[in-house]
Design a protein around this ligand. Structure first.
Ligand code: PBG
Length: 331
């Protein structure tokens, strides 16, 4: 079929708002949003993150309140990250295994406040708990060792599942961790706990504000390039996704988001599984900075970016803009 002008005028369907609405191919709703939240010690604490304007760390009671807010906004899931006090950080990140750590207390408080009305996604990796800020155990030379790290991550995942997490999200990029966590969940009586794997996670400059938020930026020595991926690699990203699916991931993630839209599409196209994007802290900060500099209207900017993830094939997006976006979407 060849279509040609003037029989075909693609501007016809764009001529009025009702027609544009009728022909819109991608619809974003608040159910597409996952809200990442930072938990901190204390009671009644709201501690703004300087590098993420509009984002705060909340004490456990505040986290429960945010979870209620999410339910009211129609946001189906929240993702938790702890700001571990420096005094509880250690070489091996043992605090990750404490059944009363910030993360576990936050999970239980959310469950008390919201019951099963919200999904709780928890990050598995040791960086919020280690004195060196790496995601795993390091050897003498500072290399992050794979298999010993996986053994600890399994215990971390079980600790979170025991506290009531619904989705375990390993963000560490160790080889074989999805399989080990899946087997442990099966054996431990958590067959219905999901795994959303950070499958294609890149060594990115866009994580800076997050590391501030969890208190890792001052402590991180070196970079994460021996486990996080080279931004130049796409085939390797597909290989990561394939392995994680074979190992038992229910859904996969591409991270960061906007600079990796091609991978979202390729993953969706090839594997036909639920794929999520993480619009990371640096992306959020750039939108806010751009809007503050008068570049464009903040709300229009952020909605354009979020719909792009949906168009590329995402089932949903982790974004710090989740509550703002949900308010816009809900009118
Ligand atoms: C750590 C982790 C990071 C993020 C989520 N989990 C940072 C890192 O890998 O250093 C980044 C999220 C963001 O920037 O918003 N395992």
């Amino acid at each position: 079929m060849t279509r040609s002008y003037p029989n075909t005028r693609l501007r016809r369907t764009r001529a009025s708002a009702w027609s544009r609405a009728m022909h819109r191919e991608t619809v974003l709703t608040s159910a597409d949003l996952i809200w990442p939240l930072f938990v901190t010690e204390g009671q009644g604490v709201e501690d703004p993150v300087a590098s993420l304007p509009g984002v705060s760390r909340w004490s456990v009671d505040g986290i429960a309140a945010r979870a209620k807010e999410a339910v009211e906004l129609g946001i189906p899931c929240i993702a938790l990250f702890p700001h571990t006090p420096a005094s509880l950080r250690s070489e091996k990140g043992d605090e990750a295994l404490n059944p009363d750590n910030l993360m576990c207390r936050a999970i239980r408080a959310i469950r008390d406040a919201c019951g099963d009305d919200i999904g709780i996604l928890t990050d598995v990796a040791l960086d919020p708990y280690t004195t060196h800020g790496q995601d795993g155990l390091v050897d003498q030379g500072g290399y992050v060792v794979n298999d010993d790290t996986v053994a600890v991550l399994v215990d971390q995942a079980l600790n979170q599942a025991e506290a009531g997490a619904d989705i375990i999200a390993p963000s560490d990029m160790m080889d074989g961790r999805v399989k080990a966590i899946r087997m442990a969940l099966e054996m431990g009586g958590y067959a219905n706990v999901q795994i959303m794997s950070y499958s294609a996670k890149f060594a990115s400059a866009f994580y800076g504000p997050f590391r501030d938020a969890v208190g890792s930026s001052g402590v991180l020595k070196g970079d994460k390039k021996t486990y996080q991926m080279d931004p130049a690699n796409a085939l390797e990203a597909l290989a990561e996704v394939e392995l994680d699916l074979a190992e038992g991931a229910d859904s996969v993630m591409v991270k960061p988001g906007l600079a990796y839209l091609d991978l979202i599409w390729r993953v969706k196209d090839r594997f036909e599984v639920p794929v999520f994007a993480y619009q990371v802290s640096g992306e959020y900060a750039l939108i806010e900075a751009g809007a503050a500099a008068g570049l464009a209207d903040r709300d229009v900017l952020l909605m354009e970016k979020l719909v792009a993830f949906k168009r590329a094939g995402c089932s949903g997006v982790l974004t710090y803009h989740a509550p703002v976006a949900a308010r816009i979407l809900n009118g």
